[in-house]
Design a protein around this ligand. Sequence first.
Ligand code: PBG
Length: 324
Amino acid sequence: MPFPVSRPRRLRATPALRRLVRETELSPSDFVMPYFVRPGKGEKRPIKSMPGHFQYSVDELVKAAGPLVQSGVPAVILFGIPDAKDSKASGAYAKDGIVQRAAAALKDRYPDLCVIADLCFCEYMDHGHCGIIKGERVLNDETLEFTAKTAVSQAKAGFDVIAPSGMMDGQVAAIRKALDAAGFAMTPILAYAAKYASAFYGPFRDAAESPPSFGDRSSYQMDPANFAEAMREIALDVDEGADMIMVKPALPYLDVLAAAKKRFGLPTSAYQVSGEFAMIKAAAANGWIDEKRVALESLTSIKRAGADFILTYYALEAARWLGA
Ligand code: PBG
């Protein structure tokens, strides 16, 4: 029916009507909070480029998670800054590794919290790459053995979900096989299925102290220009046994996210990465934008595009804004 019978503005006339016809609603249960954990005690070191975020020692992390749990956010994902880095990422699969201890402490204090393990080696390698290297090449198949070992170590530590982010081919299959063999058939895998070689990770690399010492990650993370390749990547991870998939970053890749949700139908997530967060924070600090509205608009857009849940540094703030 054309105008004047059709008048879309009719349904925008009052707040109550707008609420009634709203298609996408955020809730605290949509969020996963990323945390950075470091050795020590009583440590809470601010991350300069990510206002409000810290590198926590395990005891401080357990404290920080209290308000998050209170706010209704169901899950966290942990990144570790180990004591020492080496060429075999020993800290990633050490029994008393930093994220292993953090997960155990969190599960002990908050048994109902879903604790997700990021499985990657860049934070644990002296060269900062996400795999074993030879010269300046990042080796794929040689890395998988370590991937498998790390997944089992994380599951043993109490992690509820394993989320491989290294972008090695075959990593999901290697993890599924290793988990099943070790008695963790019920531990799900959240695959960073379409992870792009993105400049939006800048602040994270300071936070996790993980920048590559040479080259970049373009030989394993995806070219931002590619869409069809993302569909192939995700299809492979689904075939290898991914229970849930992720697209990362989020806002610049909503086309990929929407297509992934539609095509695969699996629980689908998106990672609003450090640079996305930092840009909003920086503009807001300058008084150029309304932080709350921009943050919630971004998160709503990510959900509208197809995300069932969102990894976001805004998890706590957004949960509070929504609750208020
Ligand atoms: C590890 C990893 C990175 C991020 C999550 N896992 C960094 C990278 O790939 O360089 C980025 C997250 C963020 O920017 O918030 N590979």
